[in-house]
Design a protein around this ligand. Structure first.
Ligand code: NAD
Length: 373
């Protein structure tokens, strides 16, 4: 039997329409002056910002709608300064992974000194829990509402490092799948594929344990069965299934991290402008094939319920799903050149690459990238 441990301090409220409970959650956390961290356009355009302002009517609300995709050090520091200046006592992150990570970092910096850069560069470590933080996802992809991770773009280093102090888990995750209905198809497809990548990486990770594997298994099943209809039909059941898939991957990932796909995606997002989910998914079929033999046994039940005969058939099914979603499957259309691959791999190999079920050397990854050029 394996030895294992599991930790999840975030209190979770999940369900269609539960966004309206935000006031109750704020009161539970004794928030009086709220700093709301969100994206630049969508929250206003979709009416979500207006709704939350109504729900929180009477409380002091400071809105920081400045978080860009893959948030930068500069944006996080600017938000942290504004939050301090306004004397807020609670942070709400409302949005995709970018806004949630921004909110988590801003909450942390209210009680820990300095710039987020110093934490990313490991010059400082988080010493105390920041302000209370509520995370409300509006994409179904990252699960950031239940992780301690904050991923921030470090332009000077051309990297996307993360910090993960346990104090950084949000206090409450309020997951209302209805909030994801306004995602355009491309965002729903990209973020949904991110959830699928996280689920697969979690399922085969050498760091996994029985609890995380149960979560990953369920998340893969939900994403494989519901992603297409969540994007095209937007029916309540599929949209809810994708919110759940993403959320479950966040819970498992918070305990065990990722494997090879996520770190490889970072240079593709940073240098070639590919959205986070698509940048991950582009590697998924090739990495499944690379790992096929090593994961055959673990995938047996999963293949049975997906009605597939082999791990290779699973890779084929993922490719066909990506084609239906119009997700990119090759690197060259984004301007990646053959001679750039060794550098992409060097920068992309992260700590979690070592947790891939089949050992992966730099040369393996170079060969793998060439097959998807
Ligand atoms: P995102 O947050 O960057 O959002 C993508 C786009 O969709 C943005 O333009 C945003 O404004 C828009 N959007 C969000 N919700 C919408 C809605 N309901 N309707 C219309 N538009 C909407 O995308 P993401 O994939 O959710 O997050 C990616 C970021 O999260 C990356 O920086 C990634 O590294 C990070 N991440 C963090 C964790 C974690 O645990 N902290 C895990 C995985 C990824």
């Amino acid at each position: 039997m394996e030895d294992w441990k599991f930790y999840m301090p975030t209190r979770i409220r999940f369900g269609w329409g539960r966004f309206k409970e935000i006031r109750e959650v704020v009161e539970e956390l004794k928030g009086k002056k709220i700093f709301l961290v969100t994206g630049r356009n969508f929250a206003r355009k979709s009416g979500i910002l207006e709704k939350i302002s109504d729900y929180l009517n009477g409380l002091k609300l400071e809105v920081f709608a400045e978080v860009e995709e893959n948030p930068s050090i500069e944006t996080v520091d600017q938000g942290a300064a504004k939050c301090k200046e306004a004397g807020c006592d609670l942070v709400i992150g409302l949005g995709g992974g970018s806004a949630l990570d921004g909110g988590k970092a801003i909450a942390m910096l209210q009680k820990n000194p300095g710039s987020i850069r110093q934490y990313l560069d490991q010059e400082r470590t988080c010493q105390v829990k920041g302000l209370p933080c509520i995370a409300i996802p509006t994409t179904s992809g990252t699960g950031s509402e239940v992780t301690p991770f904050t991923v921030v773009t470090h332009r000077a280093k051309k990297a996307k490092p993360a910090i993960a102090p346990p104090e950084n888990f949000p206090d409450v995750a309020l997951v209302d799948p209805e909030l994801t209905m306004s995602m355009p198809i491309e965002v729903a497809a990209s973020t949904g594929l991110d959830a699928l990548c996280q689920a697969v990486e979690g399922f085969w990770s050498t760091q996994s344990n029985p609890v995380t594997r149960s979560l990953s298994f369920q998340a893969i099943k939900l994403a494989m069965e519901s992603l297409e209809s969540a994007c095209f039909k937007k029916d309540k059941e599929s949209v809810t299934n994708m919110a759940l898939a993403s959320h479950l991957t966040g819970i498992e990932m918070s305990n065990i991290g990722n494997t090879a796909i996520h770190p490889l995606s970072y240079p593709i997002t940073l240098d070639y402008g590919v959205s986070h989910g698509f940048a991950c998914a582009i590697f998924l079929p090739a990495v499944i094939r690379f790992n096929a033999q090593a994961v055959e046994e673990r995938f047996r039940d999963l293949l049975r319920i997906l009605n597939l005969s082999s791990v290779e058939a699973f890779a084929d099914r993922v490719e066909s799903l990506m084609d239906t979603l119009k997700a990119p499957r090759r690197l060259r259309p984004f301007g990646v050149k053959m001679e750039e691959i060794p550098q992409i791999v060097k920068r992309g190999m992260g700590r979690s690459t070592a947790w891939n079920p089949r050992p992966m050397a730099e040369e393996d990854l170079i060969q793998l990238c060439k097959t998807i050029l």
